[in-house]
Design a protein around this ligand. Structure first.
Ligand code: NCD
Ligand code: ZN
Ligand code: ZN
Length: 337
């Protein structure tokens, strides 16, 4: 049987939620990943040092030994640059997250105009604190499938020029425009890639009926974009790395007249990525994507232990921890050994 041993990967973008949901989902992330960049879009959002360190302690308790959560600050119009810098200096915050207000789940307190955080970004650039970005405009006149590409033109490109030393991660890229922008950008810019944006195109949303479990933001795009994102992820470029964007919602909140955006992919994340890299004949590049490029960009050492995958059918149950996992009812072609 074909086997692949790689350094233990990290997840550079995950939603672990809080309370009872945190306890249900954190073990799945901790089973596969050494560390994870934990998104701050709780309600209320994680905007203070105290809230972030208390949340970190709850994650450690839920995930168990051997897993390190890396915390992010939620940028608002009024967040204080001194407090942000202090949290970074104290080792509480690794990065700050930009949610354009209204762009996605729990983003209502996000930034309403990028100029409101220019001073904060200037400070982050000075102290070497990373910026993670949900890259979609919220203008209702912009077609939902175009919001990432328009964000790159209107917001990201000027931002990269204005703050050339600020390290920026464009999260969960979904388009050819994003893949090309990041590939051509200075080394200060990188991107995370999710399993669903490697595996699904927008037909998946409507396959035989409306498919709420394929709905996430940014929404999956045309096939041409999926192929561009796959090429970027498997290209060997150090600018692209693993970020699942695992975003659990209760089944009733997904299967609803106004369903939540987010796909719970933590249970079989590595299996999905391994399948994609295998299909692209790029298994030799999986370790860099999953385990090396992320730490290098964040200025951290890779993990010292390893995980082994093997090529064998990996059936995915209909429910995991009472939630619908990515790939439910199907199977991936790789499994954890
Ligand atoms: N990706 C999603 O569809 N949802 C995420 C938020 C986000 O990452 O945009 C969530 O928190 O549910
Ligand atoms: Zn997002
Ligand atoms: Zn996310």
């Amino acid at each position: 049987m074909q086997r692949l041993t790689i350094r233990r990967p990290d997840d550079w973008h995950v939603h672990l939620r809080d309370g009872e949901m945190l306890e249900r989902v954190a073990p799945f992330t901790a089973r596969q990943f050494g560390r994870a960049i934990v998104m701050p879009n709780l309600s209320p959002p994680v905007t203070s040092i105290d809230a972030a360190s208390a949340y970190r302690a709850r994650i450690v308790a839920a995930a168990g030994e051997g897993f390190t959560p890396l915390m992010t600050a939620y940028l608002t119009d009024t967040i204080d640059a001194d407090a942000l810098a202090r949290g970074h200096d104290e080792g509480v915050w690794v990065a700050a997250k930009l949610y354009p207000a209204g762009a996605t789940t729990n983003s209502a307190s996000g930034v309403t105009d990028i100029s409101n955080v220019h001073a904060v970004l200037e400070r982050m650039q000075d102290i070497g604190m990373l910026l993670c970005v949900h890259g979609e405009v919220t203008d209702p006149d912009i077609d939902v499938f175009d919001r990432e590409a328009v964000f790159i033109d209107r917001i990201l490109e000027p931002l990269v020029r204005r703050f050339p030393a600020l390290r920026i991660v464009l999260e969960h890229i979904t388009t050819r425009q994003a893949a090309e922008f990041v590939a051509d950008a200075p080394d200060s810019v990188a991107a995370t890639v999710t399993p669903q944006h490697l595996m699904l195109n927008r037909n998946a949303l409507f396959q035989g009926g409306l498919r709420p479990h394929a709905y996430c933001l940014p929404v999956v795009k045309r096939e041409e974009h999926r192929l561009a994102v796959r090429r970027a992820a498997t290209s060997g470029s150090a600018k692209f790395f693993l970020g699942t964007d695992s975003a659990p919602h209760e089944v009733a909140a997904k299967e609803s007249s106004c369903g939540c955006a987010g796909i719970f992919n933590a249970p079989y994340a590595l299996e999905a990525y391994a399948q994609v890299f295998d299909e692209e004949e790029a298994l030799d590049r999986l370790e860099a994507f999953a385990s090396l490029n992320g730490p290098a960009f964040y200025g951290l050492e890779p993990n010292s232990d390893s995980v082994t995958l093997e090529k064998a059918a990996c059936p995915v149950p209909d429910r995991v921890a009472g939630l619908v996992p990515f790939g439910a009812g199907g199977e991936f072609s790789w499994r954890m050994a």
